[in-house]
Design a protein around this ligand. Structure first.
Ligand code: UT7
Length: 325
């Protein structure tokens, strides 16, 4: 008998306000053509003035619980992958816990930037397998619009706000996971030597305030292509699978060209890739659960489908998860 974790519901939330590439071209020297050709992005969502990461995280969590048909009272673990907490402390996760009117179990934030959702699933998977949690909410939520220098065209065109969530439950299986639905494996990595390639200046122990996102785009791009190819190969190899076994690739939505490159390296058809970057730009930790939820709700992802998720972000951090829905 072994315990495995299973994804039983998903939910997502995007703020109402849409900012198009043309809107940005009114402020900085850019164009819809440049942004679409270099990134695949057509528009992004921006949170309202009084809308915070915990609000979006709560909304996505609520929708994921509804989708799963799980009562919030059953949740004993909340992990929020975020780089943009409402406050320096306490964690956004405890604010979500309070909004859900829960007071048991554990709730904490996990800071792995764009890899936050994969990291969160990996940690929740470990806690479920060890018997410390039975029902977990893993949320990716970010309000990167608040960390943007809107006059810097090299970053302002790339990011947006949003949240996505999954409900994970523990199941005891007599003969291992086999072809049952659940998490086959997760893989997480980081290399702090590359921190200067993508960071936000400032912080509580330095300037006391958070600053703006700074990025060496070309370098990040190169590392993303290499690290993502390596980590998806690692995930497939560990499970003795060929890429042809994958029904859906649900990648971090940062740049269509990075996604295309990973798809090509895997030898996968582009129609097996869930692409949402055009609609909401790079929403950091929220991007994978946003894409996952979109593909579940429009009927593409069905029970029994094998899904490969992958992400890379500031840190650098990167990771992958193989999941049977
Ligand atoms: O989750 C991980 C987070 N980050 C990423 O995934 C980002 C990874 N990197 C990228 O996606 C790409 O590197 C970018 C989209 C950021 C940039 O694309 P690129 O093909 O690497 O362009 P570049 O930085 O080499 O810039 C090419 C040109 C430059 O002009 P010159 O020097 O050739 O005259 C830039 O100044 O494009 C210019 N440029 C722009 N032009 C119009 C840079 N940003 C813009 C812009 N609009 N927004």
């Amino acid at each position: 008998m072994s315990i495995h974790s299973r994804l039983v519901g998903s939910g997502s939330y995007l703020p109402e306000k849409i900012v198009t590439n043309d809107d940005l071209a009114e402020r900085v020297d850019t164009s819809d053509e440049w942004i679409a050709a270099r990134t695949g992005i057509r528009q992004r969502r921006v949170a309202a003035e009084n809308e915070y990461t915990s609000d979006m995280a709560y909304e996505a969590a609520r929708r994921a619980l509804d989708d799963a048909g799980v009562d919030a009272a059953e949740v004993d673990l909340i992990i929020v992958g975020t780089t943009t907490p409402d406050r320096t402390f306490p964690a956004t996760a405890v604010q979500v816990q309070a909004k859900l009117e829960l007071n048991g179990g554990a709730a904490f934030d996990l800071q792995a930037v764009c890899s936050g959702f994969i990291y969160g699933m990996s940690v929740a998977d470990g806690l479920i397998k060890s018997g410390q949690s039975k029902t977990a909410l893993v949320i990716g939520a970010d309000t990167l619009s608040r960390l943007l220098d809107w006059d810097d065209r090299s970053t302002s065109v790339l990011f947006g706000d949003g949240a996505g969530a999954v409900v994970m439950t523990g199941v005891e299986l007599e003969n291992g996971l086999g072809t049952e639905s659940g998490i086959l494996s997760t893989h997480i990595h980081s290399d702090g030597r590359l921190a200067e390639l993508l960071y936000c200046d400032g912080g509580p122990s330095t300037t006391g305030q958070s600053g703006f996102i700074r990025m060496q785009g070309k370098e990040v791009f190169k590392h993303a292509v290499t690290n993502l190819a390596n980590v998806v190969t690692e995930a497939l190899d560990e499970n003795g699978l060929e890429s042809s076994a994958i029904d859906w690739l649900v990648p971090h939505q940062a740049n269509k060209r990075i996604i295309d490159s990973t798809t090509k390296k895997l030898g996968m058809d582009t129609d097996k890739v869930v692409l949402t970057v055009q609609d909401h730009a790079n929403t950091s930790a929220a991007s994978i659960p946003l894409a996952l939820d979109a593909a579940r709700r429009d009927g593409r992802i069905k029970k029994g489908d094998l899904i490969l998720m992958e992400a890379m972000g500031g840190g650098l951090t990167w990771g992958a998860a193989l999941v049977r829905w």
